[in-house]
Design a protein around this ligand. Structure first.
Ligand code: NI
Length: 156
C-alpha cells in the first residue's frame, strides 16, 4: 500500500501545468498504484497526479468498480452539456454545480505507453473532464455555477 498525501486547494502545485509522461517504467507504475490506493482510501471517484504532488499528465478515474488509467489524455470529441454537482478530494467539503459535456471521447496512453480511446457519458464524462483540468492547473471551483450545501447532496 502506498497512500500519498493529497494536496489541498491552497497548494500552489495544484495551479501548475503538468508535463507529458515520457517514460512508462516502474516509477510510473508505482505512482499509479499509489494513486489507486490513495483514491480508494479517500473514497473518491478520480485523482490526478498533481494532487499527490507529481506534475505529470496521469489521472485515474473509477468507473463503478473498474479503474481507468489515463496517461497523457487528450479530449478528442465532446457532445452536449449538462450542469451537475461535483466535488474534489483537494477541496474537501465543498460542492457546486459545473457545466460539463454530456459525452466525451478521450485518447490516452496506458501504463505501458500503448494508445487507446475511451468514451464516457454523464458522470464518467464529468470525471474525465475534471481530472484532465487538474493537469492544466484548473480546479472545479474555477467553473462553479452555484455552490451547494453538502447536506443536500448525495454524490461526490
Ligand atoms: Ni479534483
Amino acid at each position: 500500500m502506498g497512500i500519498r498525501n493529497i494536496l489541498k486547494d491552497d497548494d500552489p502545485l495544484l495551479r501548475k501545468t503538468s508535463k507529458t509522461v515520457g517514460e512508462f517504467g516502474e516509477r510510473l507504475h508505482i505512482l499509479l498504484d499509489d494513486m489507486r490506493d490513495t483514491l480508494i482510501a479517500a473514497d473518491g471517484a478520480g485523482l490526478a497526479a498533481p494532487q499527490v504532488g507529481v506534475l505529470r499528465r496521469a489521472v485515474i478515474v473509477l468507473n463503478e468498480d473498474k479503474l481507468i488509467e489515463l496517461i497523457n489524455p487528450e479530449i478528442t470529441e465532446i457532445n452536449g452539456e449538462i450542469i451537475e454537482p461535483e466535488g474534489c478530494l483537494s477541496i474537501p467539503g465543498i460542492f457546486g454545480t459545473v457545466n460539463r459535456p454530456l459525452f466525451v471521447k478521450v485518447r490516452a496512453q496506458d501504463r505501458n505507453g500503448n494508445y487507446f480511446e475511451v468514451s464516457g457519458e454523464g458522470m464518467l464524462a464529468r470525471a474525465f473532464c475534471h481530472e484532465i483540468d487538474h493537469l492544466n492547473g484548473i480546479l472545479f471551483t474555477d467553473k462553479v455555477i452555484e455552490y451547494i450545501d453538502p447536506e443536500n447532496i448525495n454524490k461526490e
